[in-house]
Design a protein. Sequence first.
Length: 379
Amino acid sequence: MPTEHPLDEPLRFAYWVPNVSGGLVTSKIEQRTDWSYDYNRRLAVLAEHNGFDYALSQVRYMASYGAAYQQESTSFSLALLLATERLKVIAAVHPGLWHPAVLAKLIATADHLSGGRAAVNVVSGWFKGEFTALGEHWLEHDERYRRSEEFIRVLRAAWTEEHAEFAGDFYRLRGYDLKPKPVDVPGRTHPEIFQGGNSTAARAMAGRVSDWYFSNGKDFDGISEQIAEVGQTAQTHNRTVRFGLNAFLIARETEAEARDTLREIVAKADVEAVHGFRDAVRQAGSSTSDKRGMWSDSEFDDLVQYNDGFRSKLIGTPEQIAHRIVEYKRRGVNLLLLGFLHYLEEVEYFGTHVLPIVRELEAGLVPGAGTPEPVGGLR
């Protein structure tokens, strides 16, 4: 069971692995990034030397919305683990396209090969076209999360139990005995299990079974509301959950330069690709009974960054960004999942110019109420 992260424990940082072509924004602006392994190996080593604890490999199974090429997430994650020494790499996977016990075996192997640094992000799925193209049955929204919850329960059983038994509506285990189990790492009972989703079903699932809950980009009040709800559910199940927040970071010498970069990204958006993505994800939010699903209130500008990363407003000078990051920590965020325009340059800039300020501010952080969202905050 994960433990609470007190304010005196350092905030963690992760980055989106650009293993999918097209970069992290759906824009025709120059993005100095590359989906190749050679580029990503270099980036992973750079990231772990610039304060990053985790990397998240994206998952796409077919070309779509400005992402023509995709490296498969689990194999790519293992390659990055073997190229690094400390970085934990999270492989995104879809229930419905994997059997959880088969994945448990793969992740356990990756865990041994990397000395206990493998993790998984269970993606319930928003892209119906991938499932139908593969001839797989597409479930309605809440059923997808019900399947994901069983998926996680099977993963955990396979990793922690001898001769595991499980009888659900989607999966069965009958005396399944996985050996070797994952590496015995102090502070964890098995490889970490991450999960995203903004809907009521996603939040409830996170409270019941996940180790980490990833949120799409949110402002202060938005993330505080999610943390409170998921945390309350977790408490009723005698659990704790850690929280990650997605953000697209634009750090520049001046606030004006950072704002100009954001404006250029949006002005040069690939309109056709953004509209295609919008049409595909619209059902993800609207198909829920209370309309709280992911992207349910996202506007065109938000969708230029797939996961609403502009909404977290990590856009400005290193000092402005560091202060905002620490305020997110005060509100309960344990990890920032970051995307960048020019990965190699900006990951190093973050480690050199932003992270030292964050650590300095953290040293003086004391428990207390967070500050409200500033009027006229960065947009």
